[in-house]
Write a protein that binds this ligand. Structure first.
Ligand SMILES: Nc1nc2c(c(=O)[nH]1)N[C@H]1C(S)=C(S)[C@@H](COP(=O)(O)OP(=O)(O)OC[C@H]3O[C@@H](n4cnc5c(=O)[nH]c(N)nc54)[C@H](O)[C@@H]3O)O[C@H]1N2
Ligand SMILES: Nc1nc2c(c(=O)[nH]1)N[C@H]1C(S)=C(S)[C@@H](COP(=O)(O)OP(=O)(O)OC[C@H]3O[C@@H](n4cnc5c(=O)[nH]c(N)nc54)[C@H](O)[C@@H]3O)O[C@H]1N2
Ligand code: SF4
Ligand SMILES: [Mo]
Length: 716
């Protein structure tokens, strides 16, 4: 075989960087940034090479496996595996009821075209109300705010980072995470460009992060208090008469109600609770309003947060009332080549509730914080069988130890995954799909969240083993075996299955906003046309589209939705300093992302884990003095639900009273087949996060500021 060069989008994180992959005789020789990609312009991060490591990993599963009575794994045929899965799931539903099957879908599912297109038909066939995903440990509040304010869960405003003059970032570290709900490869460079053109960057975070380090100003905030800070900023805008709706003046509802609600939160009143100076808060508000353009962006640290829904609402509010919404340099909406808004429903809140704790469903899914108790709590409707797809909830959801125990007690569990990890080790059957380089790729979601309108198609690099199955084929085979719905619904699903992801994508492109009429490529977009542009196509900057694009009934933005306004009394308790856990649990634990990790699954590749132990607890020097611990010593972190032992890294990058630990580690559990990760186990942050700590509005897990104690090492 000769040498060849392939261009492809990296599907490991939301930045969708263009890669240039050189292959010689069937082997990858190099993975570099594609300088001709108009969007990523050559940017990559150290994780890109993991695509090769996954491809070559001897631990990656290639055949269906069945757990034997002795606890070993035996290889079985696809037909046996699929038949048995369908039979066991049917059995559960027939004997115990539809909802006794649970489903968990992890993050990589969103980075997989076939899964995006074909998994929904399988969930429809199963018709269980016990559907869970990583959304409720991630971006759920964004969907809720979009649904309540703009009428559609997917109308997510994107910060126009390349044109803004002032960016206020809360609870995000895009220099390391490469951005989220803000697809923008090369964030460090983009933020530096912002400052070079005279713009300003302000970061609000309990840790002086890598992003805070390149900012004009970093303000510490006590974990969990951002809604107070945002309210005080909104208060100041109104109080100083700085509000200006711009072109949206006739397109908002409940402005007076909002103004009235914000009355309660003058900066002086909330300064103590947030740990911020009232003057700093006023200055941020005034600078924001005075900038020729400005955008506020709040991400994971204010989403997985006890008041995440309020935070995402107020982020939108701030952008709207300062005239920075739906205009260049502010928060804008994309116009992606495949229009998801017309194919996915607008959303729904609380159509049903979880059986044990009564947490609300959003968009057909329940919060994953309820999963373990739904398996463990006896009674009618208890989850008895579980399907997991592309996820590792034992490491990625709160109180992972409890879930670990719960999974042990299932009647049946099947996992569609590339690895035998901390979660899939509990499965009875594992169905491993093809790896990322063995199937075509298109970013249905991340093109729709990008800071420019972009599109790109990536064909497979390698052909899979003749015996291998793609994720979508696995879903389709299971759906065929399970679907008991009326013929008409089944026919629809079958028709798309005959065509496969390529044909469905082509249809999406043809009927999308550039598919005809709007002339970018000479004669409208098709998959064939797109394939002629291996580096991707830039479809231009984001453009204003309101009020036309609003999905609300009156085509107005709802500025003060009842569900959120009604949550303010709960916030009041924080303002008044009610925090009854302080004595017993004096520290507040937060997370931390690291450049060479990606959630739980980048620790099996030597290049990404080599070097010193990264699973360390950041502790402020004053706290270290008080506890009498030195850097490198192991302390015990204890919460309501459990304890872990981790080495300390003393650093004044965290606030006093705050400690920070990365998530996704904890690879010491038995039965896992991740040989490299086993040598760098670390401890799992989610062994101490608390499944009872949720945003009560919608059930998102609250990871920002888990109350913990730190016990110093026992000395002889
Ligand atoms: N405390 C705390 N917890 C957190 C977070 C935090 O910041 N703090 N972050 C949260 C966030 S934002 C997220 S998104 C979640 C992530 O949580 P999860 O989605 O549950 O976990 P991942 O580690 O992303 O799961 C990766 C698994 O997907 C498999 N996989 C990869 N690609 C494919 C594929 O193409 N097909 C299939 N079938 N499988 C595939 C991998 O083999 C691996 O086993 O964690 C959340 N948990
Ligand atoms: N290298 C790497 N990149 C990733 C991932 C990864 O695991 N590793 N995961 C990907 C995924 S799935 C996602 S969702 C994105 C997430 O990307 P980001 O949203 O950028 O998330 P984080 O980097 O976790 O940053 C969250 C920040 O919130 C801060 N924080 C914690 N509590 C609070 C609080 O109460 N208030 C405020 N203001 N800040 C708080 C933390 O200190 C941290 O700096 O990253 C993606 N990219
Ligand atoms: S930033 Fe994300 S998309 Fe870009 S190379 Fe790294 S992992 Fe891949
Ligand atoms: Mo995420």
């Amino acid at each position: 075989m000769a040498k060849s060069v392939h261009y492809r989008a990296c599907n490991l994180c939301e930045a969708i960087c263009g890669l240039r992959i050189e292959v010689d005789d069937g082997f990858i020789v190099s993975i570099r940034g594609d300088r001709d990609d108009p969007f990523s312009r050559g940017h990559i991060c150290p994780k890109a090479v993991a695509l090769q490591d996954i491809h070559d990993d001897p631990d990656r599963l290639k055949h269906p496996l069945r757990r034997t009575a002795a606890g070993d794994w035996e290889r079985i045929s696809w037909t046996t595996a699929l038949d048995e899965t369908a039979a066991r799931l049917t059995d559960t539903q027939q004997n115990h009821g539809r909802d006794t099957i649970g489903v968990y879908i992890g993050n990589p599912a969103v980075h997989n075209l076939g899964t995006m297109l074909f998994a929904p038909a399988l969930w429809r066939a199963l018709r269980t109300k016990n559907r869970y995903s990583a959304t409720s440990v991630d971006q759920l509040p964004h969907h809720l705010a979009a649904f309540l304010m703009f009428g559609h869960q997917l109308m997510l405003p994107i910060p126009d980072v390349d044109r803004t003059d002032f960016m206020l970032i809360l609870g995000a570290n895009p220099v390391v995470s490469n951005g989220s709900l803000m697809t923008a490869p090369g964030m460090a460079r983009r933020l530096e460009e912002l400052r070079r053109r005279g713009g300003r960057l302000v970061v609000v975070d309990p840790r002086r992060t890598e992003t805070a380090r390149i900012a004009d100003r970093h303000l510490f905030i006590r974990p969990g208090t951002d809604a107070l800070f945002l309210m005080a900023v909104v208060h100041t805008i109104f109080n100083d008469g700085l509000d200006d709706l711009g072109h949206l003046a006739g397109s908002v509802a409940s402005l007076d109600r909002l103004r009235h609600l914000a009355d309660e939160y003058p900066p002086d009143r909330i300064a103590d609770a947030t740990g911020m100076a009232a003057n700093d808060i006023r200055t941020v508000a005034r600078e924001f309003a005075a900038s020729s353009s400005a955008v506020c962006y709040g991400r994971l640290g204010v989403s997985t947060h006890a008041f995440g829904s309020l935070c995402q609402w107020l982020v939108n509010v701030l952008n709207i009332i300062t005239g920075n919404f739906d205009r260049p340099g502010g928060a804008m909406f994309t116009r992606p080549a495949v229009d998801l808004l017309s194919t996915i429903g607008p959303g729904s809140v609380g159509r049903w509730r979880s059986r044990v704790r009564g947490l609300p469903a959003f968009g057909g899914e329940l919060p994953v914080a309820a999963l373990a108790e739904e398996i463990l709590t006896e009674g009618e409707g208890r989850i008895r069988s579980l399907v997991t797809v592309a996820g590792n909830p034992v490491l990625s959801t709160p109180n992972g130890c409890q879930l670990d125990r719960a999974l042990d007690g299932l009647d049946f569990m099947v996992s569609v995954d590339l690895y035998l990890n901390e979660t899939t080790r509990h499965a009875h059957l594992i169905l491993p799909p093809t790896g990322p380089l063995e199937h075509d790729h298109y970013d249905l979601v991340f093109n729709a969240l990008a800071v420019r309108n972009v599109t790109r198609y990536s064909p497979a690099l390698f052909s899979p083993d003749p015996d291998a199955m793609h994720d979508w084929q696995i879903f389709e085979e299971l759906r065929r075996r399970l679907d008991r719905r009326p013929m008409a619904a089944r026919l629809g699903a079958r028709a798309s299955a005959v065509f496969g992801p390529r044909r469905v994508l082509d249809l999406g492109l043809r009927t999308g906003p550039y598919g005809s009429g709007f002339n970018v490529l000479g004669s409208g977009l098709t998959l064939g046309a797109l394939e002629k542009f291996p580096h991707g196509v830039d479809l231009g900057p984001l453009e204003p589209c309101l009020p036309d694009r609003l999905f609300t009934r009156d085509r107005r933005i709802e500025l003060a939705p009842d569900l959120l306004a009604d949550d303010l009394p709960r916030l009041g308790r924080v303002t008044d300093g009610v925090d009854d856990r302080s004595e017993e649990m004096p520290f507040r634990l937060i997370g931390r992302r690291q450049t060479r990790s990606n959630n739980s699954w980048m620790h099996n590749f030597h290049r990404l884990v080599k070097g010193r132990d990264r699973c360390t607890l950041l502790l402020h020097p004053d706290d270290a003095d008080r506890l009498m611990v030195a850097s490198g010593e192991r302390v015990t972190v204890r919460s309501r639900v459990g304890e872990i032992e981790v080495p300390v890294e003393i650093s004044d990058d965290v606030m006093p009273g705050v400690v920070s630990l990365p998530h996704g580690w904890g690879h010491h559990r038995s039965g896992v087949r991740l040989s490299t990760a086993a040598g760098h186990p670390g401890a799992s942050l989610n062994d101490v996060t608390d499944e009872q700590l949720v945003d009560e509005v919608i059930g998102t897990s609250a990871f920002s500021g888990v109350p913990v104690t730190i016990d110093p090492p026992k000395r002889a």
